[in-house]
Ligand binder design. Structure first.
Ligand SMILES: NC(=[NH2+])NCCC[C@H](N)C(=O)O
Length: 482
């Protein structure tokens, strides 16, 4: 094992412990190839402007992550990194000046590194060629392509001369969805959407072949299809075993949440629970069943954790429709199946005796108070400050999809004004990332001492891709909560 791998630890046991290492993927040229007629198939709400999404938005994310996770790479160098002559080299995976951080880890570079090995390169080229229906001649050509270039081709779908050979995978920026770190294990996803299949294949090869994860080979959990799957007639979509990372939350060392949603099926949750219990990864798994619709897509689009005792959530998900209901109609009609939300907890030591929570807020309260031992009451911040129609408008643009970089310090979009007001009302400071970065550079702000802050990130283009910073992060290492 090389010295570099000795330092590469994998461990995440909460959603909010100080973030030390994560996998990200910066918007690649494939995002600039999304055409309107394909946007929906590729799970984008609209086409995006590549230059703006990079320079005006995502680059700030990378810089902020650096100040918190790998300050040596950036502190004192910001003026140069941002200068015209640097030409964004710090942010370009194939550039010799690329940051190459081992804390803020770019997936494209891990891919390039495993492709150095000829046997892995041949296998992965064959696998990609098979799922993308490439010709045999193209397959041979790809095997002979230099690793860095090949990694870029696999992700963007485009050769160096700009010929498109297969579709891009623009959703790879949402690294959260390809897998989840649960304690020292990594649960790989099983995507529901065709547009996300190649991402999964590439990540599977990375986890199983990159020296970073060499120590953890036995801790990688993959979800198989049950035998019945192959025997069902026709194009059966109902019983598919699917699970995407946005539906998995590691809320306390012994407890994982799995959302059943548009993307994660009951069958997927079932297989995951069995594996997590069999392999002694956790003792409790709570399944939160949310409406299966595009607006919500994953569990982390309707709530995320901010602090031990603080969560941000969409109110219509938080409670059963009858809770606080003021009008007779709420009692007269059964909630539509699509709108119903339930939370069911499975305990490894009490098989066959699941515990039912009255509503999601009761579950969150239980996690804060009992799993995490809060001494203060649980606080719930609502999307859009719980005011119609801002609640659902802001949820759509990821008001509930925040990334905690440390407890109480979260990243969210700058466009969700009412949610921002709700954070302020709950005692949070609100800062623009542009200002914070200046202060971190000048020393006026310090990543170690920052508390209770919502960091506002520019979002005009990013939000069209329908994911926030929770989705754009795959935490690999977080500190334990003290
Ligand atoms: N964890 C998440 N909420 N991810 C958001 C993914 C968004 C992406 N466009 C998709 O539909 O797949």
């Amino acid at each position: 094992m090389s010295a570099q791998n000795e330092n590469f630890k994998v461990k995440v046991n909460t959603e909010i412990g100080r973030l030390r290492k994560l996998l990200i993927h910066s918007p690649d040229s494939g995002l600039g190839k999304v055409v309107p007629s394909k946007a929906q198939d590729w799970l984008f709400e609209d086409i995006v402007h590549l230059d703006t999404i990079r320079k005006g938005e995502y680059d700030y994310y990378v810089k902020l992550l650096m100040y918190f996770l790998d300050p040596e790479k950036i502190k004192g160098k910001l003026a140069h990194i941002d200068s015209e002559e640097a030409n964004r080299a710090f942010f370009k995976p194939n550039d010799p000046q690329f940051h190459n951080s081992q804390a803020v880890v770019e997936v494209q570079n891990l891919l390039a590194e495993i492709l150095e090995n000829e046997s892995i390169r041949k296998k992965l080229v064959a696998a990609v060629a098979a799922i993308e229906g490439c010709t045999y001649k193209l397959q041979l050509k790809l095997v002979d392509t230099a690793p860095q270039e090949l990694a870029e081709i696999f992700i963007s779908g485009t050769l160096a001369d700009d010929t498109m050979i297969f579709a891009p995978i623009p959703n790879l920026i949402f690294t959260r969805d390809v897998g989840t770190t649960i304690n020292k294990h990594i649960l790989l996803n099983k995507p529901a959407k065709k547009a996300r299949v190649r991402e999964t294949l590439l990540m599977r090869y990375i986890f199983f072949n990159h020296p970073y994860f060499a120590e953890y080979q036995n801790n990688i959990i993959e979800i198989p299809d049950p035998t019945q799957h192959f025997l069902r007639p026709g194009e059966e979509t109902h019983y598919r075993t699917t699970l995407e990372g946005g539906d998995v939350m590691m809320v306390s060392p012994n407890h994982v949440l799995i959302g059943c949603s548009e993307r994660t099926s009951e069958e997927g949750a079932n297989e995951a629970i069995k594996l997590l219990f069999e392999q002694d990864v956790v003792e409790k798994v709570t399944v939160v069943k949310i409406p299966s619709k595009r607006d919500y897509m994953h569990l982390d689009t309707v709530f995320t954790q901010v602090k031990r005792n603080t969560w941000v959530i969409l109110n219509s998900i938080a409670h059963s429709p009858k809770y606080n209901a003021s009008e007779p109609i709420n009692f007269l009609k059964e909630p539509e199946r699509l709108e119903a939300t339930t939370a069911i907890q499975f305990n490894k030591n009490k098989p066959g005796e699941p515990k039912y929570f009255e509503h999601v807020e009761a579950l969150l309260n239980d996690i804060s108070q009992n799993d995490l031992g809060c001494t203060e009451p649980t606080k719930i911040i609502y999307s859009g400050n719980n005011t119609f129609p801002y609640d659902s408008r802001e949820q759509w643009t990821d008001s509930c999809n925040l990334l905690a970089i440390k407890e109480g310090v979260v990243l969210g979009y700058d466009r969700n004004d009412k949610t921002v007001e709700a954070f302020e009302a709950n005692g949070f400071k609100v800062v623009k990332v542009q200002d914070l970065i200046q202060d971190l550079e000048s020393g006026q702000a310090n990543a170690d001492t920052l508390t209770d802050t919502l960091i506002l990130m520019p979002s005009a283009e990013l939000s069209r891709a329908r994911g926030g910073f929770h989705c754009m992060s795959l935490p690999i290492l977080r500190d334990d909560l003290s």
